[in-house]
Design a binder for this molecule. Structure first.
Ligand SMILES: Cc1cc2nc3c(=O)[nH]c(=O)nc-3n(C[C@H](O)[C@H](O)[C@H](O)COP(=O)(O)OP(=O)(O)OC[C@H]3O[C@@H](n4cnc5c(N)ncnc54)[C@H](O)[C@@H]3O)c2cc1C
Length: 633
């Protein structure tokens, strides 16, 4: 079939127009007035990404103008919640810039709710401020649209291009128009990836008729990792999956209910199980149990133990806090701004949260880098406060030359959320401008043969279907191809059962992980034979490898944990050596496996002792360094 190929040249190419991508577009225009900045988005930036529907709170705001918090406080918080596992230089960098981002959002028209008593932004919690956020994404997208030279909506980027002569240098990307099938080749001097995190890697609790109902956006197909990993970019903490406690079935957020409305949680018998389990948790993880609020993963752990002990369901006592009209409004608005589905689920199940307690449950795991978790690319840190071995020239540049990232793409810095992801996009944008200017006329060269090969790969599923459809034996069963949906469901089942999904109480073992790697390699072989009926299915076909690539890495990273330095992939080594600074593996995924947790905590202690620098000490010295740097400025 004749297909048109379009070529687009730019100085900076931004892949993904979510919060990270929009921040990158805005800031690269600010510093690079004369540069050609191109933004490519698979949906439409007006309403794309995890904030498409809106939000009711900005979860990362210091309030430095009122002396509410300082960046150092935020580093302490993020480190505590992740039990030592954060890149403090990256977290600090976002914290010191995020307030200015939020102030711009307000200037651009985002309604931020004020506390009538103080005139300050109304806080939901220590770090969260409340917004009327239904139009949050269009407001932010407008700034990006005005900044970018060109915005290409409805182009799904499938692969990154490398320089013909220098294999560790980025040269652009390819993709296709999801509406008309045109093939696009984007040639660029620098690329910033902001393509969002990974839902649907693990089997979701809602399957069949409920498919698509997940906590993180169902269209977050792990492109950030699926695009980066094949380039050889070093990744970190790909084993650090996030599991959220949410209202059952609708994934309604619980933050406002906990923090603002002060609802409490019990087991079915009405017992405050978290307090009852404190001593047991403290015996396992020591001082981390005493952090306030207790790290998310430890709270999840006690919930899971309670359910396993047959004491579920777990209830949030919504009925006890909705005692005024104002509180009722807060409760409902929290859903209407960002998870309207929860209201619909409750209505369909005859649940009125005013009359009865509401069930909580843990979600399926996700892989992402901007929430209370840190999966993603290993990136260069800010030159004024990152340790020497954590920086190589340009802030937020990955280990691939000219390839930058923001938001879910960048690992090691948790708790960015929406404003922090935009801020990280700004940091990456500024650094990418510096990189392009330093490169002068030394532009990368794309490889025509590689482009031809990638074009064939992208459209092969359509060809597979055209030929294989004649052999369909029953319904969708075909001997020579699998559909994207069949491939996805096979991946989800495998990850759930072997790599610690919800059906296994998030626990896995070395033999299970080894088997998962075998099954994943067979699945990859079958992906050569995906058949797509139409362009719409073709958009899901490349997302399957995009999902599978980080799945394999997640499994392999987990598998290196017990021995710490097994495996040969350099990203393993990075993960493990990074972990020596604060080696506690993912308690979310290990919750329930006491001996494994205990052994890993002891590994962490040994590791820290041998380096003579336990994570808390590292953190303190970091904060001292950062404070000194600030004083010098
Ligand atoms: C349910 C939910 C609740 C949340 N609650 C809050 C909250 O209360 N407060 C808060 O501050 N934050 C909240 N967040 C977090 C916040 O939304 C994310 O941290 C932030 O959006 C991450 O930014 P990002 O740029 O990495 O990803 P995204 O904003 O998701 O952007 C990724 C973009 O890349 C595009 N894309 C993906 N793949 C491709 C491809 N292959 N080619 C082209 N384009 C592609 C996507 O369409 C999307 O536009 C919430 C998120 C969710 C899902």
């Amino acid at each position: 079939m004749a297909r048109r190929t379009r070529f687009v040249d730019s100085d900076i190419l931004i892949v993904g127009g979510g919060f990270g991508g929009c921040g990158a577009a805005y800031e690269s225009r600010y510093w690079g007035r004369d540069l050609k900045i191109v933004l490519v988005e698979k949906a439409n930036i007006e309403r794309s990404g995890a904030v498409a529907q809106g939000l009711s709170a900005i979860n990362c705001y210091m309030g430095m103008q009122w002396g509410e918090n300082q960046p150092e406080d935020f580093v302490r918080y993020a480190r505590g919640d992740l039990m030592g596992l954060v890149r403090e230089d990256l977290v600090y960098d976002i914290a010191r810039h995020v307030d200015s981002t939020v102030h711009m959002f307000e200037e651009w028209g985002l309604p931020i709710i004020k506390d009538p008593r103080t005139g300050r932004y109304l806080r939901e919690g220590k770090w969260q401020i409340m917004i009327h956020g239904e139009s949050y994404k269009p407001i932010v997208a407008e700034a990006a649209r005005k900044s970018a030279t060109e915005v290409y909506n409805r182009i799904m980027v499938t692969h990154l291009l490398m320089d013909k002569a220098r294999p560790n240098r980025i040269a652009g990307a390819v993709g296709f128009n999801v509406r008309n099938g045109e093939f696009y080749v984007f040639r660029a001097k620098a690329v910033i990836v902001g393509a969002g995190g990974g839902s649907h890697i693990y089997r979701p609790r809602s399957v069949g008729e409920g498919m698509g109902r997940t906590w993180y956006a169902p269209w977050s197909t792990a492109s950030a990792y699926g695009l980066l990993i094949p380039t050889g970019a070093t990744m970190t903490q790909m084993e650090n999956k996030i599991v959220l406690t949410r209202f059952k079935d609708g994934y309604g957020p619980v933050g406002a209910w906990f923090l603002l409305l002060k609802a409490h949680v019990t087991n079915a018998a009405g017992e405050m199980y978290e307090a009852a389990r404190f001593d047991e948790i403290k015996a396992r993880v020591g001082k981390y149990a005493e952090i306030h609020p207790m790290p998310t993963c430890l709270r999840n752990h006690s919930l899971l133990e309670e359910v396993k002990a047959g004491k579920g369901p777990i209830y949030m006592h919504t009925q006890q806090v909705l005692d005024t009209k104002e509180k009722e409004e807060i409760g409902w608005e929290d859903f209407l701004d960002m998870t309207i589905g929860q209201a619909v689920v409750w209505a369909s199940q005859n649940v009125d949260p005013k009359d009865r307690p509401s069930e909580l449950i843990t979600s399926e795991p996700y892989i992402m880098g901007s929430h209370a978790t840190c999966s993603g690319a290993w990136a260069s840190g800010p030159e004024d406060c990152a340790p020497q071995d954590y920086q190589w020239g340009y802030n937020r540049m990955t280990t691939v030359q000219g390839l930058f990232g923001a938001g879910d793409t960048i690992g090691g810095s948790a708790h960015k959320f929406s404003a922090g992801s935009f801020t990280e996009g700004r940091l990456a944008g500024k650094a990418a401008v510096g990189y392009v200017i330093d490169m002068k006329a030394d532009a990368p060269q794309v490889d025509e043969a590689q482009i031809k090969k990638l074009e064939q790969t992208v459209f092969k599923p359509l060809e597979n279907y055209r030929i294989g459809r004649n052999e369909i034996v029953a319904g969708t069963v075909a001997p020579s191809y699998i559909s994207p949906l069949q491939g996805l469901q096979r991946l989800e089942k495998l990850m759930d059962e072997y790599v610690g999904g919800y059906s296994m109480f998030y626990v896995t073992s070395e033999p299970l992980l080894n088997r998962s790697l075998e099954l994943l390699s067979m699945l990859k072989e079958d992906f050569e034979h995906i058949g797509a009926e139409d362009l719409h299915q073709t958009t899901t076909a490349p997302t399957i490898p995009s999902w599978t690539t980080p799945s394999g890495m997640c499994s392999r990273h987990l598998n290196t944990m017990p021995t710490r330095l097994s495996g040969t992939c350099r990203s393993f080594l990075f993960t493990t050596s990074f972990s020596q600074r604060g080696f506690v593996t993912d308690f979310r995924t290990l919750a329930g496996n006491a001996s494994l947790i205990a052994s890993r905590v002891s590994v962490w202690r040994q590791g820290s002792e041998s380096k003579g620098r336990p994570p808390a000490v590292f953190a303190m010295s970091f904060i001292r360094r950062a404070t000194a740097a600030k004083a010098r400025r």
